[in-house]
Design a protein around this ligand. Structure first.
Ligand code: ADP
Ligand code: ZN
Ligand code: ZN
Length: 799
């Protein structure tokens, strides 16, 4: 008998090591590592991933048998099994969450469970839980402790049964197709027997002549004028046979025209040669491809992907969440056609599942996708590309808190292939590595069309605001009018990070705040509510100040909705489009806005960060940035870098065709180096300046960092737990390690839990890993008191 090692779906430190289960005889020749199974655990049945199979001999005592097999083939291949183990260690997270993260959304059955009451009495007694049966998300976050304990009690008493809800989108969709059975002679005979008024049958028989080999879906027959009832009748007569055809959901909305590779410019040529050489010689070299927007980076990617395919290998191209625009996907598909698969979060679960299947089966050789696509089950990868490598969406904010760049490098080492990190404004970490020679620097110093960079001017809003209350400075407003007169296009960017509309009483200064969190509520005009962006709390907009009863309660700040209103008021004849989270929620709405603006059916596109990158509109000659420095106000060591990046990116949007562009940056900090240097797009100088700042402040890339966050329902408890951890760290780390805190987080209370953090900065700490593992083991023991500890290795910010 054989034994399976299973990582079970119980997120604890202990279950990071696999549990052993006996493989029952009926499953013996089916089970393989990488498949999911159901196993008994305590008195429950849970899911798990088989990570290994071995002989029984080395086990003593009786093992419980596996209850059931969920998959018919491995869903995690051997490479990804190894990667999950490495990632769990690297990110201080649970192996089970790493494995789950690798699967497309629709396959993560995770903690969805169906509760089934065994009697009507139970349903009546717990109406809040049961409406007949109920599918619950067993995640503690989504389930208040009260009903969770009730459910556990009911389960123990046998009053309910708990089943896994495996209904997901991974079931293939099967559609009926009909194919002809008759040869020409038989068709002629059949035509003689049908009545003249049986128009459908006659039509079908004639079509069968020319389509004797084709199995068409019902919808196709219908488009050719044959109804489904005619087809059913024909099936009875034996004229046609019905077969089931697997329907593959296609995420691509439009077909694209094929395109040919360009003849490369000398800098591009050099870059492509270096990368292709690494592909051919199977070297896991990391390249940093530096070049401003329009310098031809994408063409370099495309020609290197082509080389990887020629070598019989596959390619993975990652792009940030918000730049995965139809434009870039279109360019890749125009070169590589149906070999391209796409993975991103705006696709439906079904589409993502089908794309994932095409990749897993080896049908798709090129994958383009966002962060999670780094886990695409491609085999024999020959090239990994990360476009806009500096982008913050590459770091996952929740468990497992991985950095995509690190995962990409791991996979490159495994597959013996190069990684290309591309950017106009590389992260300081990557640039520093390139300077040290750890990465190979490739640069594209010129724009392909040799157009001058746009003219960038800075407007000091301190003096502007003294003159009038408008969000648009006189200079920007005049420039907008000028472009409207010339029938050219305009982009207005609202840097929304931490910047939104809130309500304030003009008489007493009262600001409505969330009852559960330390944050003011944000105004949402479309739903007429004040919302908390942290816990989801909503309340109606008051018409009178609850504190002093004044009616002069108004909103301040500026959201994109308010900006849209203001712009429409100032330029009543302009056609304005808005792009932000609210207007792009529906599938295809992002494309629709881009198409409309691209076709010049609107004059002004305004929106948040979403519009800053990757878009290519030749008729845009003016870009206005309304509040360039809203990120600078954050107590965050990366705020200058983020500001510089954003301004550089957005400036690249202006004047891409034959007209020189103009950029107007409105700011309250006109002398800040991030803004000054963005004006001249001087990355080199920015890098030098910012590296000095980082050096002085002992920040990355000079120091490695770890952030520990603790939270609990009591502020005292959180603080004392974190002080305990701080002392433990001091005892176990070298005196050279810098331990900051514990301090309350910028927003201390979220959803009635109190958050404190400790930051560790270090250069070399051989005992750090073991010490932090100890902290986690210890904290798990204390979890009963409701304390949760999270570790973020190389956090994006210290907030
Ligand atoms: P980036 O990715 O750096 O923004 P692109 O690869 O998109 O740059 O190139 C900018 C523009 O120049 C695109 O319209 C592209 O089609 C075109 N282009 C790129 N390389 C060449 C080339 N070698 N010859 C002619 N046109 C090119
Ligand atoms: Zn008031
Ligand atoms: Zn809240």
């Amino acid at each position: 008998m054989q034994v399976a090692q299973v990582i079970v779906d119980v997120p604890t430190r202990q279950t990071n090591s696999p549990f052993s289960y006996a493989i029952p005889d009926n499953l013996a020749d089916q089970i393989q590592p990488g498949m999911r199974v159901q196993v008994p655990f305590g008195n429950r049945k849970i899911t798990g991933f088989v990570v290994g199979i071995s002989d029984k001999s080395s086990f003593e005592g009786k093992l419980k048998p596996i209850s059931d097999l969920i998959d018919l083939y491995p869903v995690i291949n051997p490479e990804l099994l190894d990667l999950a183990a490495w990632m769990a260690d690297q990110t201080y997270s649970f192996k089970i969450s790493c494995l789950q993260t690798m699967l497309p959304g629709g396959m993560r059955t995770k903690n969805k469970k169906k509760l089934i009451a065994t009697s009507q009495q139970i349903c009546d007694q717990y109406p809040a839980i049961f409406h007949g049966q109920r599918v619950v998300d067993y995640d503690r976050q989504n389930f208040d402790n009260q009903s969770l304990s009730t459910i556990l009690k009911l389960q123990k008493n046998g009053d309910i049964s708990v089943e896994y809800d495996l209904t997901n989108h991974s079931k293939p969709i099967m559609l009926k197709a009909y194919q002809g059975n008759l040869d020409d002679q038989q068709i002629a005979d059949a035509l003689k027997t049908v009545r003249k008024n049986a128009v459908g049958q006659i039509k079908l028989l004639n079509l069968l002549k020319s389509h004797s080999k084709d199995a068409f879906l019902v919808s196709k027959w219908e488009s050719m004028g044959v109804t489904s009832s005619t087809l059913k009748g024909a099936e009875k007569k034996g004229w046609v046979t019905a077969t089931l055809k697997r329907h593959v959901r296609n995420p691509f909305l439009r077909p694209v025209k094929p395109s040919q590779p360009f003849k490369l410019h000398p800098d591009q040529q050099k870059a492509v040669e270096s990368v292709n050489h690494a592909i051919s010689s199977k070297k896991d070299q990391v390249f940093l491809l530096e070049g401003v927007t329009g310098s031809g980076k994408t063409e370099v990617y495309l020609q290197s992907i082509a080389h990887a395919l020629e070598m019989g290998r596959t390619a993975l191209m990652l792009v940030p969440e918000i730049t995965l625009t139809p434009q870039i996907v279109g360019r890749i598909r125009s070169r590589f056609g149906n070999q391209v698969a796409m993975l991103h979060s705006a696709m439906s679960n079904g589409e993502r599942y089908d794309e994932w299947q095409r990749i897993n089966r080896g049908k798709a050789k090129v994958v383009v996708g966002v962060r999670s696509a780094v886990f695409a089950p491609l085999k024999n990868i020959g090239l990994i590309i990360m476009d806009e490598e500096h982008d913050s969406s590459y770091k996952q904010a929740d468990n497992p808190r991985y950095q995509t760049r690190d995962v990409a490098k791991w996979r490159a080492a495994y597959n013996h292939c190069p990684v290309v990190l591309g950017s106009a404004t590389p992260s300081l970490e990557s640039r520093a590595r390139a300077m040290k020679g750890v990465y190979t620097l490739l640069s594209l110093p010129h724009r392909i069309n040799r157009h001058a960079l746009p003219h960038v001017s800075i407007v000091d809003m301190k003096t502007e605001m003294a003159k009038h209350q408008s969000a648009l400075s006189t200079q920007l407003a005049d420039a907008i009018q000028d472009r409207l007169d010339k029938h050219e296009q305009i982009i207005l960017l609202l840097n929304r990070r931490g910047y939104s509309a809130f309500l304030m009483c003009r008489d007493c200064g009262y600001v409505p705040r969330c009852p559960n969190c330390d944050i003011s509520l944000t105004m949402h005009k479309d739903t007429h509510t004040l919302n908390c962006h942290y816990c989801g709390h909503k309340e109606p907009i008051p018409t009178m100040c609850p504190k002093c009863h004044s009616k002069r309660i108004r909103f301040y700040g500026m959201g994109s909705q308010q900006l849209e209103e203001q712009v429409k008021n100032m330029f009543p004849t302009a056609r304005v489009l808005r792009m932000d989270v609210d207007t792009t929620r529906k599938k295809g709405s992002h494309e629709a806005i881009i198409d409309k603006f691209g076709a010049h059916k609107a004059d002004i596109l305004l929106g948040t960060q979403m519009i800053a990158k990757g878009l290519d509109f030749p008729e845009v000659t003016l870009v206005g940035v309304l509040n360039a420095d809203s990120a600078l106000q954050f107590p965050d060591f990366r705020s200058s870098e983020r500001t510089f990046e954003l301004l550089t990116q957005v400036s690249g949007r202006s004047g891409r065709a034959d007209k020189t562009g103009e950029v107007i940056i409105q700011t309250f900090n006109p002398d800040h180096y991030a803004i000054r240097l963005a004006q001249t797009q001087d990355y080199e100088k920015f890098y030098a300046t910012e590296m000095r700042v980082r050096h002085e402040g002992k920040y990355p890339p000079y120091y490695y960092t770890v952030k520990l966050t603790g939270n609990s329902p009591s502020e005292n408890q959180t603080a004392s737990e974190m002080f305990g951890i701080m002392n433990f760290l001091k005892k176990n780390l070298s005196p050279k390690a810098i331990i900051l805190g514990p301090t309350p987080k910028t927003i201390t209370r979220i959803n009635n839990r109190y958050y404190y953090q400790i930051i560790i900065k270090y250069r070399k700490e051989p005992t750090l890993k073991a010490t932090l593992d100890d902290v986690l083991v210890q904290s798990q023991k204390n979890q009963r008191q409701g304390i949760q500890i999270a570790i973020d290795n190389e956090p994006l910010d210290f907030m």
